[in-house]
Design a protein around this ligand. Structure first.
Ligand code: MEV
Length: 424
């Protein structure tokens, strides 16, 4: 079956019709589709397996971003998020990118960093070299901890040793670089870091303190790139507006925080929908954005020689497809199946593409009509629905109360009654 994610008017359909389309696209079973629909919520046994002291679960809306073409393949993107406009904005940005082929992605191998901290070392440079000279022993010991990971083609690959200066004197910090394949990697890396710590201590002297993964996953990056045709985005003025918006973020940390927040709207929504660790991603992204010592945007925007807009993104991407919630949470499992990704790297690249799309959509709106118009339309739909408006009148009532800038329940009710009278 050739499947396109370009679905015109998806937003106008009812929830059950949308679900039917998604089920067919993702070749989902009835149970998987039911899980996406959230009917009945999580089985009580699931939260109790996931965390301690569970008393229930906390449902969030799950939306599907349409129109995504990534590396020549169509994707429907599951997004779990409470904020209106995010799913619509991602879908719009993806639609506009299709004209120039959608998104193109790349990533590094899934290598995480495990840190071992050594304190109380008088001669840190000597200690550093002594550890590096015996790197193979350390890697060998690390790799004995996880035979399954080795079988899957992962394992500890290399070692870096840094000397840092703290208020209590120098620390020697060992970075164990571990290819964690399709895991998020925290368990594998922490186990290895703890296992090699006594050996490292015996080599270098001093005292081992922390042994833990770093969320600044600089060896595990996901990237995406897209070109938006000048005419598809509204002309040269819009292209220039987006570039100037990006330059603003480049030059000003106050703006940059909001710029990057817009990216994370998309990133977190997919991370959450796929049962991944939003906090790990949220910790890594701003640290990576500040890696030069100044806080910068995670995206770039430039003009091509043809006058089109090209956007790129690069960010750390500690995501997994095995372990954690990804394998026990029925909604996350169905979302991963819908995405059709087979490796964590592939998932990370899709997430990067969504982050870029989200950022482009926000900058385009901000550089043109502002974001409130879109927000208000959605807000109006909520208000209109809450006054019990017949479905065939919803669009018209929304249009009227938005145009009047009276997005209130009393006015919505009045307009519904007026239209009902007129249509009699
Ligand atoms: C709102 O959730 C996100 C934006 O503020 C992002 C941005 O300003 O770029 C619209």
């Amino acid at each position: 079956m050739t499947r396109s994610s370009r679905i015109e008017g998806f937003y106008k359909l009812g929830m059950s019709e949308r679900l039917r389309i998604v089920k067919e696209f993702g070749d989902l079973t009835d149970d998987e589709a039911m899980a996406l629909a959230g009917f009945g919520g999580l089985d009580p046994s699931v939260p109790d397996k996931m965390i301690e002291n569970a008393v229930g679960s906390f449902p969030l809306p799950l939306g599907i971003a349409v129109n995504f073409l990534v590396n020549d393949r169509d994707f429907l993107i599951p997004m779990a998020i409470e904020e209106p406009s995010v799913v619509a904005a991602a879908s719009n940005a993806a639609r506009m990118a299709r004209e120039r082929g959608g998104f193109w992605t790349s990533s590094t191998a899934p290598v995480m960093i495990g840190q071992v901290q050594l304190t109380g070392i008088k001669d840190p440079s000597r200690a550093k070299h002594m550890i590096l000279e015996r790197k193979h022993e350390i890697l060998e010991l690390a790799n004995k901890q996880d035979p399954m990971l080795i079988k899957l083609g992962g394992g500890a690959r290399d070692l870096e040793v840094r000397v840092i200066h703290t208020q209590k004197g120098p620390n020697v910090v060992v970075h164990l670089l571990v290819d964690v394949r399709d895991a998020m990697g925290a368990n594998a890396v922490n186990t290895m870091a703890e296992a090699v710590a006594p050996l490292v201590e015996s080599m270098a002297g001093g005292k081992v303190r922390l042994r833990i993964l770093s969320n600044l996953a600089t060896h595990r990056l996901a990237r995406a790139r897209a070109v938006w045709a000048k005419d598809a985005v509204g002309g040269e003025e819009v292209v220039d507006g987006v570039i100037e918006a990006y330059m603003f973020a480049e030059a000003d940390p106050f703006r940059c925080a909001t710029h990057n927040k817009g990216i994370m709207n998309g990133v977190d929504a997919v991370i959450l929908a796929t049962g991944n660790d939003t906090r790990a991603i949220e910790a890594g992204a701003p640290a990576y954005a500040a890696r030069s010592g100044a806080y910068k945007p995670l995206t770039t925007f430039e003009k091509t020689p043809e006058g089109d807009l090209v956007g790129t993104i690069e960010l750390p991407m500690a995501v997994g497809l095995v372990g954690g919630a990804t394998k026990v949470h029925p909604v996350a499992k169905a979302c991963i199946k819908l995405l059709g990704v087979k490796t964590a790297q592939e998932l990370g690249e899709i997430v990067a593409a969504v982050g870029l799309a989200q950022n482009f959509a926000a900058l385009r709106a901000l550089a043109t009509e502002g974001i409130q118009k879109g927000h208000m339309t959605l807000h109006a739909r909520n208000i209109v629905a809450s006054v019990g408006c017949p479905p065939e009148l919803v669009d018209e009532v929304c249009r009227i109360i938005v145009a009047e800038r009276k997005i209130r329940m009393d006015r919505a009710q009045e307009v519904v009654e007026e239209l009902k009278r007129k249509k009699k």
